[in-house]
Write a protein that binds this ligand. Structure first.
Ligand SMILES: [Zn+2]
Ligand SMILES: [Zn+2]
Length: 336
């Protein structure tokens, strides 16, 4: 597993995904909506009320910031760059930490996250992509922009059931790792820890049950609301708006402000053009917090090696020239 020299599998060759759709009923989707939308939104409303009543102190803001950063590390450095794309090789301890932090983002167990994300790359903006603003998972075009945005932002979570993925070639590399199998199996331990930890900190800080509740709201549910929406904005908006700097076989775009704000993830076109690059900021003016965290972890000895970053020649070969018409959905046989 996590062999930084081996190419990864991004296509659903065995058809497992298609064969396992629509297993769950309405009740399952309603309880899932509770986790994805209702509970985090209630937390966010509590947070807004706190702010309006002037009850938000430096403690609440700090707690929110710390848990956003921990979630960011778990998501972009862990689930995304490491587990989905094998961009670097971590030490065992750092790998487990990243798996734990990623699982605390409430974005499904590790293996499922990776399967969906690898399919997003292998079938990007085409049949088989779970969260494209241009096409449904079964290949129907989404011509209305607003509808496409809503599909890619949130709708996809309830339009398709999570596929049965055990044994899929898409995650064979990860399933061989006993630590990752344990993290994947114990997803709900980390799920609840994601609320219990900030509640514990709030309780200790204030010394009251109300303090624990405030910790759970600010570091837990409200943080999840903000973090979900940042993640979903990357899924939806960066396949609709922004600049195409490099040729990729999809509609991915770079949005500078989202790159700065969301740990480098807003340089989404860079990422689709060079998915295994640990660094998403490829131009000098771009800033990628995720990459800075990877550099720091490497300096601290938490990362053993990093996959070679794209060379100048590789960048130049894919760079979109001024005035160049980029092939995309209109030409499925277009350039990779
Ligand atoms: Zn994408
Ligand atoms: Zn990716």
């Amino acid at each position: 597993m996590l062999d930084a020299t081996r190419p990864l599998n991004y296509t659903d060759d065995d058809g497992l995904i298609a064969a396992s759709r629509f297993r769950h009923g309405l009740l399952w989707h309603l309880q899932d909506m509770g986790k994805n939308l209702i509970a985090p939104t209630i937390g966010f409303v509590f947070m807004i009320v706190d702010i309006m009543l002037g009850r938000a102190t430096a403690f609440e803001w700090t707690l929110l910031a710390v848990f956003i950063v921990l979630s960011g590390i778990g998501l972009t450095v862990g689930l995304h760059r490491l587990f989905s794309h094998g961009a670097f090789v971590p030490t065992r301890g750092f790998k487990i930490l990243l798996g734990a932090l990623g699982s605390m983002c409430w974005q499904r167990p590790l293996f499922l996250w990776v399967v969906r994300h690898r399919l997003h790359h292998g079938h990007s903006d085409r049949k088989g992509d779970y969260h494209s603003p241009h096409v449904t998972n079964d290949g129907r075009p989404l011509t209305n922009r607003l509808l496409g945005w809503a599909h890619a932002h949130y709708g996809w979570l309830h339009l398709y059931d999570p596929p049965v993925i055990a044994g899929s070639p898409l995650i064979r590399d990860l399933e061989q790792d006993a630590d990752l199998r344990w993290i994947d199996r114990n997803y709900y331990v980390f799920f609840w820890l994601s609320l219990a930890l900030p509640a514990l900190i709030g309780g200790l800080w204030y010394g009251t049950v109300e303090g624990a509740f405030r910790g759970m709201i600010w570091g837990g549910l409200a943080r999840l609301f903000l973090f979900f929406n940042l993640t979903w904005t990357i899924n939806s908006v960066t396949h609709l708006l922004g600049r195409r700097a490099y040729r990729a076989r999809d509609e991915s775009r770079n949005i500078g402000i989202l790159g700065w704000l969301f740990f480098g993830e807003g340089y989404h076109n860079n990422h689709h053009a060079f998915p295994a690059s640990a660094k998403m900021a490829l131009d000098p003016w771009q800033f990628d917090i995720g990459w800075q965290i990877i550099r720091l972890a490497r300096a601290l000895g938490l990362i053993v090696s990093i996959r070679p970053l794209p060379s100048e020649a590789q960048l130049a070969a894919k760079r979109v020239r001024p005035g160049e018409a980029v092939r995309s959905l209109a030409d499925p046989a277009g350039e990779l």
